[in-house]
Design a protein around this ligand. Structure first.
Ligand code: DX5
Length: 231
């Protein structure tokens, strides 16, 4: 697998929008359709008002693809479950800055378990939340919707936060990931603002042409970069 640098455009398919009645088949299909990462949304009905899946589902779909599993924990607390997700096959785990009082400890534990660590910020959380954990981060995830559901509308106020985080990251090897309402019409906005990892659920799975949707998202990002000369 080619090494992805923190500037490459990455398209991560969020399986929250997949057909749960055939999840293994859907993971194979979106892999073959050209996504770079598989994003798996874990929700507990406590931190967010929805319940999705746990480590057992991650374990069940792990054999379906070699693509990295980007597990987004929308749960609180998260520390007690990190080892289970590592054992189930997660390559990367993202925890929410808002999920508990000890973000640095959670990030250390993720790395100690051999996974890449990410932090997610809900729309109301300022970029300052990451300032003292940058040395532990593989990526920062800016939520461009309020977490919990697919198919929501993009919150354009997050563009300023994306720009601010791109500045904070500087030349560090940290990905800037965006998630929520990401599709061909919003991709140019977030790419120009500095995001390089584009998570999309309905933008990939809706309509059934997964390859066409992924290509359209990738092309829209590359075109925006070329136009804005974003490095
Ligand atoms: C929302 C999830 C997102 C969601 C994105 O809480 O974290 O990953 O699946 O779905 P779309 O791309 O449809 O907004």
């Amino acid at each position: 697998m080619t090494q992805v640098i923190a500037q490459d455009i990455v398209v991560a398919a969020s399986i929250l929008s997949a057909d749960f009645a055939k999840l293994g088949e859907e993971v194979r299909a979106v892999d073959e359709a050209g996504c770079d990462w598989i994003q798996i949304d874990i929700m507990d009905g406590h931190f967010v008002p929805n319940i999705t899946m746990g480590p057992n589902v991650v374990r069940a779909i792990r054999p379906e693809t070699k693509k990295p599993f980007d597990v987004h924990l929308m749960i609180a607390p998260c520390d007690p479950y990190l080892a289970d997700f590592a054992e189930a096959g997660a390559d990367m785990v993202t925890v929410h800055a808002e999920a508990g009082p000890h973000l640095d400890r959670s990030l250390q534990l993720i790395r100690h378990l051999g996974m890449k660590a990410g932090v997610a910020l809900t729309p109301s959380t300022p970029e300052s939340a990451i300032e003292y954990v940058l040395d532990k981060l593989h990526r920062v995830l800016v939520m461009t919707v309020n977490p919990g559901f697919g198919g929501q509308s993009f919150i354009s106020a997050q563009l300023d936060k994306i720009r601010a985080i791109r500045k904070i990251i500087g030349d560090r090897p940290i990905h800037l990931e965006v998630d929520g309402g990401i599709h061909v019409h919003t991709v140019p906005l977030v790419a120009e603002a500095g995001a390089n990892v584009l998570v999309s659920g309905s933008g990939v799975f809706d309509g059934g042409d997964y390859a066409g949707n992924i290509k359209a998202i990738r092309d829209a990002a590359e075109t925006a970069r070329a136009a804005g000369a974003v490095t």
